[in-house]
Design a protein around this ligand. Structure first.
Ligand SMILES: CC(C)(COP(=O)(O)OP(=O)(O)OC[C@H]1O[C@@H](n2cnc3c(N)ncnc32)[C@H](O)[C@@H]1OP(=O)(O)O)[C@@H](O)C(=O)NCCC(=O)NCCS
Length: 179
């Protein structure tokens, strides 16, 4: 496995990344090939970080993007690993590459939002107000929501946006200091 920059003049890899988004996130996000391609094109906006993991055959097996957010903060968006390569350290390696690139650019913090649109955690499908922080402090992972992946690689939960994607569909916020 190796990690390289995704370049705008590489239509084969761009197609593989778009397909990956489709396969891993539909029917929740990027449900059409067109939407997936728009997301990939968006990642070529100047100033962003845009990297792919390749297997020995040179096929895309993972993708990570990073964009300047504000002050010294960068947002990780998106991250995806091909299903048949998950749980083999690819996600961890992609985030490590992003951290390196953010640090080189003078960033200090990486943050991200990880949605729960399918009741994968104890925060999904319930009323979070008014004791939002209490419910967040007692979060339980019910069905392999990726927030635990991020915790394993050093991120902390720093907040939650109730109803971000509709009632009972919150966005769980995580952050990590780089370096
Ligand atoms: C979440 C995702 C990026 C993780 O990538 P990955 O390559 O499978 O993760 P890694 O193999 O590097 O895992 C690192 C650690 O996190 C754990 N982990 C991975 N996914 C996990 C999950 N969903 N829940 C709990 N732990 C998880 C691994 O077991 C491993 O633990 P270990 O260090 O104790 O062995 C990948 O599963 C994926 O693309 N999922 C679909 C898309 C998605 O949810 N993207 C994130 C949106 S915010």
């Amino acid at each position: 496995m190796k990690i390289v920059d995704l370049l705008p003049d590489d239509p084969l890899k761009i197609e593989q990344v778009a397909r990956l988004l489709n396969e891993e996130f539909a029917p929740v996000s990027w449900t059409t090939s067109e939407e997936a391609h728009e997301e990939v094109q968006d990642a070529f906006t100047p100033g962003r970080i845009n990297k792919v993991a390749l297997n020995d055959a040179g096929d895309v097996i993972g993708w990570i993007g990073g964009r300047p957010y504000y002050a010294l903060v960068w947002e990780l968006h998106p991250l995806v690993v091909r299903a048949d390569y998950q749980r083999q350290g690819i996600g961890r390696a992609l985030v490590a590459e992003l951290e390196k690139a953010v640090k080189e650019r003078g960033g200090l913090t990486i943050t991200l939002g990880s949605d729960d649109e399918a009741d994968l955690t104890s925060l999904g499908g319930v009323e979070l107000y008014p004791n939002v922080l209490e419910k967040l402090a007692n979060i339980k992972n019910l069905r392999a929501h990726p927030y635990e992946f991020y915790q394993k690689i050093g991120f902390s939960i720093v907040g939650v946006i109730p109803d971000a994607n509709g009632f009972g569909k919150p966005d769980i916020l995580l952050a990590k200091r780089v370096g």
